[in-house]
Design a protein around this ligand. Structure first.
Ligand code: LP5
Ligand code: MN
Length: 248
């Protein structure tokens, strides 16, 4: 149902849906979300980890993936702008995916002017600088030469390597403290300075939904962290009056 608040120009932000065949209910919830809530918005920003993992755009023809792509294409054809930032699990989403969906890929991080304020957007993993093992891994797999070599292998071989990596990641995560797997406060402060103090930041990755207030060099910033979609959806809304949580 449309409300007066919905009618106000606004954008929506989501991340960490981790869509996969083994969680069909979340896919159903996401497709319903695209067909209802998002249709009232000017733009939808997906801030990483839309998929549980993405092995390469040659997996677009998989029926599960093509259902998600078709729903996103319908959304952009209906006039909603779709923006995508890569997550640590789906950074191989590439040109064939953006062409098929009508999405526009943004750098991580990006600063955009939205409803009269500068907003910094990112996935969030890059600021988890205490997670040294993860950052070394990240540097390796974000290298274009590494990616070209990885993508030159057959899809099934890539998926097998990803499955092995997932097991290793889960095992290593169980040995890491919660603090190590969170964003580093100094990295956030440095980011805030580097981008000339944007008053608002939105990111995901840590699956710890919250609104944090940051004060650096006399400037204030609201840092909003999105939640994951494991149990239920998580979504933020931005309009001229600011950022707020959407009840899904
Ligand atoms: O995603 P999340 O939040 O559960 O965990 C992340 C970090 N883990 C990962 C791995 C992904 O979860 C697994 C799926 C990735 C698919 C990518 C597809 C293409 C690449 C394919 C490569 C084979 O990102 C986890 C962080 C956590 O966030 C919190 O920030 O701690 O990091 C790890 O656990 C990583 C380990 O610490 C280090 C792993 C080293 C693996 C080295 C093997 C080298 C393989 C590369 C080349 C074949
Ligand atoms: Mn992530």
């Amino acid at each position: 149902m449309s409300t007066v608040r919905d009618a106000q120009a606004h954008s929506l932000f989501i991340s960490d849906l981790h869509l996969c065949q083994s969680r069909p209910l979340i896919q159903v919830q996401f497709l319903a979300f695209l067909q209802a809530t998002v249709r009232q918005a000017q733009s939808l920003f997906i801030l990483g980890d839309l998929f549980e993992y993405w092995a390469g755009d040659d997996d677009l023809s998989d029926p599960f993936n093509s259902a998600v792509v078709a729903a996103l294409r319908e959304l952009t054809h209906a006039g909603v702008f779709l923006y995508l930032i890569h997550g640590n699990r789906d950074f191989l989403l590439s040109d064939a995916f953006t062409r098929a969906t009508g999405a526009q890929c943004l750098d991580d991080p990006s600063v955009l002017e939205l409803y009269g304020r500068r907003v910094l957007l990112g996935h969030g993993d890059i600021w988890c600088t205490d997670d040294v093992a993860y950052q070394a891994f990240r540097q390796q797999v974000r290298d274009p030469a590494w990616q070209a070599q990885f993508l030159s292998q057959p899809l099934a071989a890539r998926k097998a390597q990803i499955e092995a990596l997932r097991l290793r990641s889960e095992s290593e995560k169980s040995q890491k403290s919660m603090a190590i797997m969170d964003v580093n406060p100094q990295a956030i402060e440095a980011l805030f300075r580097d981008f000339d103090y944007p008053p608002l930041m939105i990111h995901g990755h840590t699956h710890r939904p919250a609104k944090h207030l940051l004060q650096v060099d006399g400037h204030t910033c609201e840092r909003w962290v999105l939640g994951d979609w494991y149990e239920q959806g998580s979504c933020l809304r931005l309009d001229a009056s600011g950022c707020s949580q959407v009840k899904l």
